[in-house]
Every structure is written in C-alpha cells, then in structure tokens.
Design a protein around this ligand. Structure first.
Ligand SMILES: Nc1ncnc2c1ncn2[C@@H]1O[C@H](COP(=O)(O)OP(=O)(O)OP(=O)(O)O)[C@@H](O)[C@H]1O
Ligand SMILES: [Mg+2]
Length: 289
C-alpha cells in the first residue's frame, strides 16, 4: 500500500510515513479541536502535489469554510476552485439518506479523475439524522465505500461528552468502519498541554501509541510539536541479537529457517521494544514449531 502525506507537519512520522492511499481515516475531536483545519490541510497537501480535492461539507456552508481556509493563510484555495481542481459539495441542510444513496453515487460515477482526496466534515449530522442503529451503520458504511472508490477519504467526527470518552454509540461506529482513527484531544479547561493527538487504530500499518502535543501555528494550521522518539528506524536488529535468536532456533527445518531469517530482516528494534530477548525467542519458537 502506498502512503500519502497527511498535510499535518509532524504527523506522518507518527503514522509510519503517512496515510494509506484509498483508505478511510476518521479524525475525532470536540469543538475547536481542529477537525476542519485538519481536513483543509489534507486537501491542500493533495492539491499541491497535483491530486484533486473534493470537500463534502455537512455542517458549515461552503463560503464559511473557504473564508476559514483563507484566514489560515491558504489564499491559493481560490485559484484551485477557479481551476476546478477543488470541488465543494455543500450538503448542509440536505436530506442525508437521499444525498448519500443517490446524489453521491451519481457524482462518483461521473468523476473522471483518479486518486482524489476527499474530506467529509463532519459525519455527525448523518449519524444524528438516522435514529435506527442498523440503518446508521448501513448508511455510513455506504458513504465510506462509495467515496473510497475515487480516492483517499478523511472524515471528521464531533466528540461530545467528557473529553477522551470515545465509547458513545455515535463515536464507536465510525471508529469501526474507518481504517485509521486519529483522536484530537482538546481540554481547554485543564492543565497544559491543552491539545494532544493520538492514533487510536491504523489498519495495515504501524503507528505511534503515544499522545503527542499539537498546536495551531499561524498560516500553517495544525502542527504536531513532539513527534520525536517515535520514529521507526529501518535498521535491522543488532547482529549479536540475530545470531543468538538463530542459534537458539537452530533446529528448525530449512524452509522454516528461511522464513525466520526473513522475519528477522523485517523487524526493527522499535517493533520489539519492551520484549525481553528470552521471551521473544520463546514466542518465535512457538510460532515456528
Ligand atoms: N488562523 C488561526 N490562527 C490561530 N488559531 C486558529 C486559526 N484558525 C483556527 N484556529 C484555532 O482553531 C480552532 C478552530 O479550529 P477548527 O475550526 O478546525 O476546529 P473544529 O474541530 O472543526 O471545530 P468545530 O467542531 O467547531 O467545527 C479555533 O478555536 C482556534 O483555536
Ligand atoms: Mg469544524
């Protein structure tokens, strides 16, 4: 799978290189956490590298979002709109079932580009408009599948209730359906740092498991401040460690030995962080024997 840049400086390192192309990411956060800003940065990064952008707004109207983009220092958004490289779908006030089941598939079917970036900001009105849980799941799943046909999708989701509680029905569903979930935790009434970002899940990729301080930077948007120490070094395990593992598992049949060597080549110190060597050897023995 190819990784693409998220558009948020400091975040790609945490995501082991960026977002998977043609996947769906959900960004969760309370009011003012930076969801719309994130969505704009995601779209902006794509446009700057020649990828078309589609912004589906379900809450604020198009003009308002454009105004915010210009205020955050992205005046060029107007050029991209003129050149029709960026398309806005203003679904505010629409009947969402009809919009998702009819208008959207029509749009997708006539889209000629390949590999666009699609932002949906925010998903919450769709969830609230559908009372039945089964119908909610069906609709959200359809929305994600349909949009993913034409590119990489980033949805935002409002976080309500106590900060950091991601167990409510309206949060859980989009978390299950998405490939990657990023939580923007904003606690304006508590102690510093007020804003931390954490990757909750990321299918088919490694990711940092720490909370990272992020901030708004003038004319840039969201920036992850502390992502250091979370790099994933590509280097192999140290030679003495490889030698010891291979010696301990020296009785494996030839074919399995080859697989073990391949596995050891792919592992980095980051992957086995916190696992004692003798435990690692025992688990490998159990796996291969
Ligand atoms: N140009 C800017 N300079 C500095 N900070 C900004 C700027 N624009 C936005 N912010 C910060 O971002 C916050 C709003 O960000 P954003 O609209 O992305 O959040 P949101 O999560 O989408 O909020 P909502 O749920 O209300 O839609 C503001 O409250 C402010 O703290
Ligand atoms: Mg917003």
């Amino acid at each position: 799978m190819r990784k693409i840049k998220s558009g948020v400086p400091g975040l790609d390192e945490i995501l082991d290189g960026g977002l998977n192309e043609f996947s769906t990411t959900t960004v969760i956060g309370c009011a003012g956490a930076g969801k719309t800003t994130f969505a704009l940065q995601f779209i902006k990064k794509g446009l700057e590298t020649g990828t078309e952008g589609i912004f589906i707004t379900l809450d604020e109207n198009k003009e308002q979002i454009i105004k915010e983009a210009v205020a955050m220092g992205w005046g060029e958004i107007l050029d991209f709109l003129d050149e029709e490289k960026l398309v806005f779908i203003d679904a505010t006030g629409k009947e969402f079932t009809n919009f998702i089941k009819k208008e959207l598939p029509d749009f997708v079917a006539t889209w000629r580009g390949v590999g666009a970036r699609i932002a949906i900001d925010p998903l919450t009105p769709v969830i609230w408009a559908t009372k039945d849980l089964y119908e909610q799941r069906e609709l959200l799943s359809f929305l994600m599948k349909e949009t993913r046909k034409i590119g990489t999708v980033l949805c935002t989701l409002e976080e309500h209730g106590p900060a950091g509680n991601l167990t409510g029905a309206e949060t859980v569903l989009p978390m299950y359906l998405a490939d990657c979930v990023i939580h923007l935790r904003y606690r304006p009434l508590e102690v510093k740092p007020y804003r931390t970002l954490k990757v909750i899940k990321y299918r088919s990729s490694r990711h940092s498991e720490n909370a990272h301080h992020y901030r708004f930077l003038k004319n840039i948007g969201l920036v992850v401040i502390h992502s250091t120490g979370e790099t994933f070094p590509g280097g192999k395990l140290p030679e003495p460690m490889r030698v010891e593992i291979l010696r301990e598992l020296g009785t494996l049949p030839k074919e399995k030995h080859g697989k073990l060597v391949k596995l050891l080549d792919s592992l980095t110190m980051k992957d086995i962080e916190g696992i004692e060597l003798n435990i690692l050897i025992e688990r490998l023995r159990e796996y291969f024997e």
